[in-house]
Design a protein around this ligand. Structure first.
Ligand code: PEP
Length: 253
């Protein structure tokens, strides 16, 4: 069964206290029996937020990145195993900010995906084209390359534990959202890539989230598309009532 998911990505926002307040506010306002909710926090919040969500049904915590190495002399890095030990269940992998600012290559992402799965965590793999790639009609090719390089080495069983987030770079934090048609078209493309490599059953069960300036006012239309299974929410996840409203919008689809 395909799972509906709304994941927040706090990025590098909220000090420790404000982050815990946000997590508590989200939980207090939520009535979630229709989808999974994931809180993607900075590392310093992760253990405390994991404790907060531990006994709340359908709510989980997530890191926003992990090291591509399992352990060792990598000053400042955090391993997938450490993330698991904090109580988290998900890791966001390959966010466009990491690809752009830290030159994260597809091959590195494949290693991060492997470590995430080895530690029984669920990767939310981000993919998406730049504005230039869309304007030159390279968007399908770009996303195909990203999916292929990060995921196609996996087994069918491993792929069952993957979530994909389509996030057009030109829509992230810009206030510019993909139209529901543009999002649907790309989600269908992603599902067909997975189907060609892993079969229809696995592709049908795969949750594909949309991310990019998703907010309460546009979530309903986006979520109504048949291949959109929820959202990865940046800016709007920093405000508990906006985030809760976005989650509520997924209810009818
Ligand atoms: C994101 O950073 O994953 C994101 C989707 O950001 P925003 O919602 O702010 O565009």
């Amino acid at each position: 069964m395909r799972q509906k998911i709304v994941a927040g990505n706090w990025k590098m926002n909220k000090n420790y206290e404000d982050g815990l307040t946000l997590a508590k506010d989200v939980i207090e306002g939520l009535t979630v029996d229709h989808c999974t909710v994931v809180l993607g926090t900075p590392f310093i919040h992760l253990k405390a937020v994991s404790e907060i969500v531990k006994n709340v049904e359908n709510v989980y915590s997530s890191a926003q990145n992990c090291s591509s190495e399992p352990e060792g002399a990598y000053t400042g890095e955090v391993s997938a195993e450490m993330i698991k030990s904090s109580g988290a269940d998900y890791i966001i992998i390959g966010h466009s900010e990491w690809r752009a600012y830290f030159n994260e290559a597809d091959e590195v992402l494949a290693k991060k995906i492997d470590l995430t799965l080895q530690n029984n965590l669920i990767p939310i793999l981000c993919c998406g084209e730049t504005l230039e790639e869309r304007e030159t009609e390279q968007h399908f090719t770009t996303v195909k390359r990203q999916i292929n390089n990060a995921l196609f080495h996996l087994s069918e069983d491993q792929l069952k534990n993957i979530v994909i987030a389509y996030e057009p770079v030109w829509a992230i934090g810009t206030g510019k959202t993909a139209t529901p048609e543009q999002a649907q078209e790309m989600h269908q493309h992603i599902r067909s890539l997975i189907s060609d490599r892993f079969g229809d059953g696995i592709a049908d069960d795969l949750s594909i989230l949309y991310g990019g300036s998703c907010k309460p006012s546009n979530a309903t239309e986006l979520f109504s598309q048949k291949d959109l299974d929820g959202g990865l929410i940046g800016g709007a996840s920093l405000n508990a009532s906006d985030f809760i409203e976005i989650i509520a919008n997924l209810k009818d689809y």
